[in-house]
Ligand binder design. Structure first.
Ligand code: MG
Length: 287
């Protein structure tokens, strides 16, 4: 191995992929459907202190509540900007006409930057009709995998912000980012906590808009070489994706290692799906 490849082996993934900036702009996302208004304000106050100027609320079930909660979030973010970007994630909970009516009503007094997953993920013509009917951008894609699943949406003009789930990884992110770029559309990764590799990849494409930042910490036993500051992620210099896992600590923690115990509700029964009586309460015969 020559010195050049040795350097690349020790480099942060962002450098290996050609990224020029260690900063990844982000938006705050509290996955906040279970937070009451006070908890919501507290979460976004913390995120505002870290420089965030944009945020995404989960909602779509109660217009008055969403309006009030977007106002609460906006009030916190206004410590950083007069014009916070506010987004709403409906998680595919509407049909087309519900989406049009809901977003139209919300937009009477709320400047919504994007509405996320308003319809079922495959409804290309529906997304296109919605995008034409409301001011907000339509964001979707986090539950799509292959490029063939994105293509109908792009062909129909059904997506304004192309999203990718971080869980699908770096290669998927890069492929979708390039496809979106070919359509002059921005790309935005969804669900970034410990899926740090995608944050590195975001520095290496020309159309990255903003990355979802859900969590300021890391899962137990995991260290991530990054800093959340100025409303985004500052990537560190650790080699690769900058994630290190303390396996010993995880194994030593009974709670965290509970998935290793081969029994319990997290283990699919051997005969699951093959039992004639699904709720058979007789002891399963040892096999
Ligand atoms: Mg979402």
């Amino acid at each position: 191995m020559g010195p050049e490849s040795e350097d690349r082996r020790r480099a942060a993934l962002a450098r290996v992929l050609g990224g020029r900036d260690r900063f990844v702009s982000g938006y705050a996302s509290g996955l906040d459907i279970a937070l009451d208004d006070e908890e919501l304000a507290a979460f976004y106050k913390t995120m505002a202190e870290l420089g965030f100027t944009s945020a995404k609320l989960k909602g779509g079930r109660d217009l008055d509540s969403d309006r009030r909660r977007l106002q609460i979030i906006g009030d916190e973010l206004r410590s950083n900007t007069r014009h916070p970007a506010l987004m709403l994630d409906a998680n595919e909970s509407w049909n087309l006409k519900q989406a049009v009516r809901y977003v139209t009503a919300l937009e009477r007094d709320t400047d919504l930057t994007w509405v996320e997953e308003p319809l079922r993920r495959w409804d290309a013509p529906g997304h296109a009709r919605l995008s034409n009917a409301v001011r907000a951008a339509v964001a979707t894609g986090e539950n799509l995998t292959g490029l063939e699943q994105f293509r109908p949406l792009l062909d129909a003009g059904g997506v304004d912000i192309v999203q990718v789930g971080c869980v699908w990884g770096v290669t998927h992110f890069l492929r979708v980012a390039h496809l979106a770029h070919a359509h002059d559309l921005p790309i935005s990764p969804v669900g970034l906590t410990s899926n740090q590799a995608v944050a590195h990849a975001a520095t290496a494409v020309p159309n990255h808009m903003v990355t979802e930042v859900q969590d300021l910490g890391a899962p137990f036993g995991v260290t991530i070489d990054q800093e959340i500051v100025d409303g985004g992620i500052v990537l560190g210099d650790a080699p690769g994706h900058g994630v290190s896992v303390d396996e010993e600590a995880i194994l030593a923690s009974q709670r965290s290692a509970s998935w290793l115990v081969p029994a319990g509700p997290h283990v699919r029964p051997h005969r699951a799906g093959l039992r004639l009586i699904a709720e058979d309460d007789r002891a399963e015969r040892a096999l």
